[in-house]
Design a protein around this ligand. Sequence first.
Ligand code: NAP
Length: 282
Amino acid sequence: MEQRVFGGTGKQVPVLGQGTWQMEEDDREEAIRSLRAGLDLGLTQVDTAELYGHGRVEESIVSEAIAGRREGVFLVSKVMPSNATYAGTLTACERSLKRLRTDWLDCYLLHWPGSHPLAETVRAFEKLVADGKIRSWGVSNFAVSDLDELLTLTKPERIACNQVLYHLEERAIEHAVLPWCEEQGVAVVGYSPFGNGRFPKPQSPGGRVLEAIARAHDATARQVALQFLVRRPSLFAIPKASRVAHLRDNAAAVSLKLSSDELARIDAAFPKGAYSDELPVI
Ligand code: NAP
């Protein structure tokens, strides 16, 4: 599995990870099998959050999937903005650690910008790093104005990543967020790479382009999409697959190599759209 430097952490992290949102609605045993198969195939970034299933995803799915193999996992969780005061962040982290049955998180994110002072959240993140409870921290759903505010509170090398919505039909981050993160050395983790299940239909104009490129490589349209979404060294993607067959399909995307002509055809089929100050969220 191809690895890349994960922002300011300096750590090598696999370019494809695994999402866990809404997994509490899936077949639990199969979801756990899928996560473990993903770890076997090198998709070791596992993304979860206290929000997911109100803690159930951390507690009954992710904890089970990583049991006995914690060292080989790059575990990411997130604090809800409503909990992100100084004390609230510390206790939210403790709750996540307990549910996940681990002593540390590899990265802890603020799920989206909220109303509590960002300085408090950053101070709590740094306290958690100092205490060995988390190894790095980052943010999610941060627009450029939020990132600029963050930079008044910390050095760019302290910010591991910005996790943001990024799929073929939602490329807004490419206008300003992606360039900002690349300039500051912050990793960009694209979430919902398949549009949270709304992947372009094979008969749609964009879908036809993906299918044609996939056929030329004996690959699948989703593999083509994933490769496009990680085409820059700053980019990571965290598809969610609660079925082993889906997981295997996604993992195989890493061996696909797209030519510059193919990347240009995808770029033309799924235009970026106009710039807006608003960062789209799912
Ligand atoms: P997604 O990864 O865009 O799509 C997941 C859907 O695609 C599921 O229905 C899954 O089915 C299906 N799928 C996956 N691989 C497939 C394949 N090879 N063939 C056919 N279908 C396939 O959706 P997402 O869950 O919204 O995003 C991924 C992760 O990003 C989340 O799980 C979460 O960890 C993170 N996220 C973060 C935020 C944030 O605010 N920071 C927001 C949203 C998501 P099965 O599950 O049945 O296999």
